[in-house]
Design a binder for this molecule. Structure first.
Ligand code: ZN
Ligand code: ZN
Length: 348
């Protein structure tokens, strides 16, 4: 009897841990992602420009993820979509590259007190702080040669480029609202080494909806982190940063996303790259969701029954070996051949 009670208690405790570790944000029929900034799209009312911004509406929250490359274009696109920036809950700035943060001036002009989450970088433009214990002291110096006359504040604050903005620097992966997590990772790629980036992971009953800015830390690393929140990845939207990657690297990433991580739907944009769009479309078939500037992606339970799906045959065979073979080929997903055909046709 005692043993049974103990087992029951242990089981209940397990359930409690699972629930608290995986809080869920509700995705209903009104939940959606609207792409406000990108360099491709079909919506004539929207201006195209390099950069990224998306409005994520889910679980009663309206989250502005990134703000594009040009404040005026961003403002025009927000207006074209009739979006009221005075009622957004918070802004997430994925990283400090200007094609993601230049529209912040417009956001602040209409909503100066809005909460803004941004990566915490030492002396970065979003502001930071350090304990004054970080620097070496020399008590033998006269007071006038010492920092702060020898009496530094406990915490030294370093300013943001937007002085009065309500910026909360994020240093490590943080759940900022129930089921809504900012994944904080650092790039290790030459050229962007040590660049910090935040990705938005919303844990819904049907898996994680993941929004990425440029994916400088690596799309695979970001997905790996998202899978610790919920192993089921329902959708990834945003820039995968494969814009100059070789076909071989693209094939590896596409294989990982589809077969290793079992990503269910994909809505790539921004710096994902044209050849990667082609490879993802080929691999994901009707689970590739077109997401140009102006597109709204529904996130409710019937996600994907609406909207423009990627056309072309989907590779049904989930066998990793097939992909490995494909990845070794010169033209892994037939994209080079398709490109040559298009070029030939355009010369006719
Ligand atoms: Zn970018
Ligand atoms: Zn970037």
């Amino acid at each position: 009897m005692k043993l049974r009670t103990a087992l029951l208690a242990a089981a209940l405790a397990g359930v409690a841990v699972m629930v608290s570790a995986g809080r869920v944000a509700a995705a209903d029929s009104t939940s959606k992602i609207t792409i406000l900034y990108d360099a491709f799209g079909t919506d004539a009312a929207m201006k195209k420009d390099w950069g990224y911004s998306a409005l994520v509406e889910i679980s009663g929250k309206r989250i502005l993820f990134d703000t594009g490359n040009d404040s005026d274009i961003f403002a025009a696109n927000v207006k074209a979509k009739n979006i009221d920036l005075t009622t957004i809950d918070f802004v997430v700035l994925s990283h400090r590259h200007s094609d993601h943060m230049a529209g912040l001036n417009h956001v602040l002009s209409v909503n100066p007190t809005v909460k803004i989450y941004a990566p915490k970088e030492g002396f970065g433009i979003y502001g930071s702080s350090l304990p004054s214990s970080f620097y070496r002291k020399d008590e033998s110096l006269p007071q006038e040669m010492r920092y702060y006359d020898g009496k530094p504040p406990e915490v030294m604050k370093f300013g943001a480029a937007w002085q009065r903005a309500n910026i909360e620097p994020i240093d490590k992966t943080t759940e900022i609202a129930p089921g809504i997590t900012l994944i904080a990772l650092v790039s290790d790629t030459p050229g962007t080494k040590e660049l910090k980036e935040l990705s938005l992971a919303v844990n819904t009953a049907d898996g994680v909806v993941l929004v990425v800015g440029c994916a400088h830390p690596g799309i695979e690393k970001i997905v790996e982190a998202a899978k610790t929140i919920n192993p089921r990845i329902r959708l990834i939207a945003g820039g995968f940063h494969l814009v100059v990657a070789s076909d071989e690297v693209i094939a590896k990433s596409v294989t990982a996303l589809k077969d290793s991580f079992k990503v269910e739907n994909i809505a790539p944009g921004h710096c994902t790259g044209e050849p990667t769009f082609a490879a993802l479309k080929q691999a994901f078939g009707d689970r590739y969701l077109y997401a140009g500037v102006g597109t709204s992606l529904p996130l409710g339970p019937d996600m994907g029954s609406v909207g423009r799906r990627g056309e072309g045959p989907s590779l049904q065979d989930d066998d990793l070996a097939t992909y490995r073979k494909l990845a070794q080929r010169e033209d892994p997903f037939g994209t080079l051949r398709a490109r040559q055909q298009r070029t030939r046709l355009s010369h006719l």
